[in-house]
Design a protein around this ligand. Structure first.
Ligand code: SF4
Length: 124
């Protein structure tokens, strides 16, 4: 007798290995993959659509530091468009950089934060 395997409910999206911090306990392989070899916005968008089609409900953006991706807003929008709930696992550090694309996440009511996680609302 075999039981059907339930579809996954969450997708852990490891967007980059880059990170501005140097935590002593870090197991992130900083040099494993060059930035130029990271998956493109289009590739991730396809992954989000395919995941949603499989029944995935939520994606957790992680890394490294996901906010170092210059296309982070586009990635969030792509995941939201696919119907996924988006959770950012971040130090929030790039939000302090004036030229960071991640600052677009800062308008009031578009994000909520509990210190290490940011949840993107449907407004984005
Ligand atoms: S924030 Fe995370 S990825 Fe960055 S150095 Fe610390 S443990 Fe590693």
């Amino acid at each position: 007798m075999s039981e059907a395997i339930a579809n996954p409910l969450a997708l852990i999206a490891e967007l980059t290995h880059r990170c501005p911090l140097h935590c002593v306990y870090c197991s992130n392989p900083l040099e494993l993959q060059a930035r130029s070899l990271e998956l493109s916005t289009e590739d991730w968008s396809r992954v989000f659509r395919e995941a949603a089609a499989l029944g995935v409900l939520q994606t957790d953006f992680t890394g490294g530091e996901p906010l170092t991706r210059p296309d982070i807003v586009d990635l969030i929008r792509a995941a939201r468009t696919a119907g996924l709930y988006v959770n950012l696992i971040t130090s929030g550090l790039p939000l302090d950089e004036k030229k960071s694309p991640a600052r677009k996440l800062m308008p009031k009511n578009s994000v909520s934060s509990n210190g290490s996680n940011i949840t993107a609302s449907p407004l984005l």
